[in-house]
Design a protein around this ligand. Structure first.
Ligand SMILES: [Zn+2]
Length: 338
C-alpha cells in the first residue's frame, strides 16, 4: 500500500514538474539571434515577434522594430547592452502590427518613436477599439513621416525612410541606411511564407499592387542586405525572386477575373503554397484552431475576427483577414468596375 502511495506521489511530482517546465517554456520568448551586419549595424533576428535592426549612433542606439512582448523587448535590450553601453534613444516602427511594437513598453520612457502617420492612426484605432493585443497607449509614435521619402540624420546616422505605397498595411515604412547599404523591410518581406504569398492586411488597407511597387523600389535601392520582418536576412536576388513569383501569381488572378472566373474558382486554381518548412496541408493546427473554424473549416472568409486573438499570445505574425488571392481579387474587380 505504502509503496503504491509513494509511486502515485512520485508520479504526481514528476507530472507537476513536467507541466511547470512546459508552462515556463511557453512564457519565455525564444532566444534572439544577433548578427553583425556592419561594425555599427546589427540584426536582432527572432525572439518574441518580428526582427529588429540595431544601429549604433554617436551617443545612443536606434532600434527598428521593438518585438511583441515586454519580456521579448527586455531580451533585445539585454542583447544590445552586450554590444554597446550606449542607451536606446530612438525606435523606428515599420508598421502597426503588435508583434513589431508592443515591446515598446520595455523601452526607456521618453524614447523617440518614429513611424508613418497611417501607422499611428492604425494604432490609435486599435487602442480605442480595445482589441486584444492593442499597442501600449503610452508608446504611440511621437514623430510621424508623411512623405514618400524622408531623409534624416539621427545621432550622426544617415537614414532614408520610405513609404512607397500601402502594401502590408496602410502605414508601411522602409528604413534604408545608405552608408551601410542595409534596408529594414518590415513585413513587406518575410522568409516564413512562400515567395508568391506575401502577407497583406486587407483590413489595414494593405494592397497587393502596392506590395509589388514596394519591392520594385526596394530592389532599386543601392543595398546588399535586407533585414526582413520575420525569418532570415535576404539579398536583392531574393527580392527579385519574390517579385517575379508574386507578379506571376497576381497576373494569373487578373487573367482569371477577365475570363469571368469566380473567386472560389480562382482560389481553387491558385491555392496558397505552404510556408517554407511548414507542416503539409491538412495537418491539424495547434490549439484546436480547426475546431473553431466556422462552417466546417472553410478558408478564412471576409471579416473573420482571428487576427486580434493570434496577436495577443506572443505567437507568430498575425494572420491577415483575407488571403493574398482574396485581396488581389477585391482590388482587381474593384478596378474593373470603374
Ligand atoms: Zn506585420
Amino acid at each position: 500500500m505504502s509503496n503504491l502511495k509513494t509511486f502515485w506521489l512520485g508520479l504526481g511530482v514528476v507530472l507537476c514538474g513536467a507541466i511547470a517546465t512546459v508552462a515556463v517554456a511557453q512564457q519565455a520568448p525564444p532566444p534572439i539571434t544577433m548578427k553583425m551586419l556592419k561594425p555599427d549595424v546589427w540584426a536582432g533576428l527572432g525572439g518574441s515577434g518580428g526582427n529588429s535592426t540595431i544601429i549604433i549612433g554617436k551617443t545612443g542606439v536606434i532600434v527598428v522594430d521593438a518585438k511583441q512582448t515586454e519580456a521579448g523587448a527586455k531580451d533585445l535590450l539585454a542583447e544590445i547592452a552586450k554590444i554597446t553601453p550606449k542607451p536606446v534613444t530612438t525606435a523606428i516602427i515599420t508598421h502597426s502590427d503588435g508583434d513589431h511594437l508592443n515591446g515598446l513598453v520595455a523601452f526607456p520612457a521618453g524614447v523617440k518613436i518614429i513611424a508613418h502617420e497611417n501607422n499611428k492612426k492604425e494604432q490609435q484605432a486599435a487602442i480605442s477599439s480595445g482589441a486584444r493585443g492593442a499597442p501600449p497607449a503610452d508608446r504611440l509614435p511621437n514623430q510621424v513621416t508623411t512623405k514618400t521619402k524622408e531623409t534624416m540624420t539621427i545621432d550622426g546616422v544617415k537614414l532614408e525612410l520610405y513609404h512607397f505605397a500601402p502594401a502590408h498595411t496602410s502605414g508601411d515604412l522602409v528604413v534604408y541606411l545608405p552608408d551601410q547599404k542595409i534596408v529594414s523591410t518590415g513585413d513587406l518581406v518575410v522568409t516564413n511564407r512562400a515567395d508568391d504569398n506575401p502577407n497583406i492586411h486587407f483590413e489595414k488597407n494593405g494592397s497587393t499592387e502596392g506590395w509589388l511597387k514596394n519591392v520594385k523600389e526596394m530592389i532599386g535601392l543601392n543595398a546588399d542586405t535586407y533585414v526582413t520582418g520575420h525569418g532570415d536576412l535576404v539579398t536583392k536576388a531574393d527580392l527579385q525572386r519574390k517579385l517575379n513569383a508574386t507578379t506571376e501569381r497576381r497576373n494569373k488572378i487578373a487573367a482569371m477575373v477577365k475570363e469571368g472566373k469566380t473567386l472560389e474558382e480562382i482560389k481553387a486554381a491558385l491555392p496558397d503554397a505552404p510556408a517554407p518548412g511548414a507542416a503539409p496541408r491538412g495537418a491539424a493546427a495547434p490549439g484546436g484552431a480547426a475546431a473553431a473554424a466556422p462552417q466546417g473549416g472553410a478558408n478564412r472568409g471576409a471579416g473573420a475576427p482571428a487576427a486580434g486573438a493570434a496577436a495577443g499570445r506572443g505567437g507568430p505574425a498575425p494572420t491577415p483577414n483575407l488571403t493574398f488571392v482574396e485581396t488581389a481579387y477585391q482590388e482587381i474587380t474593384k478596378g474593373a468596375k470603374k
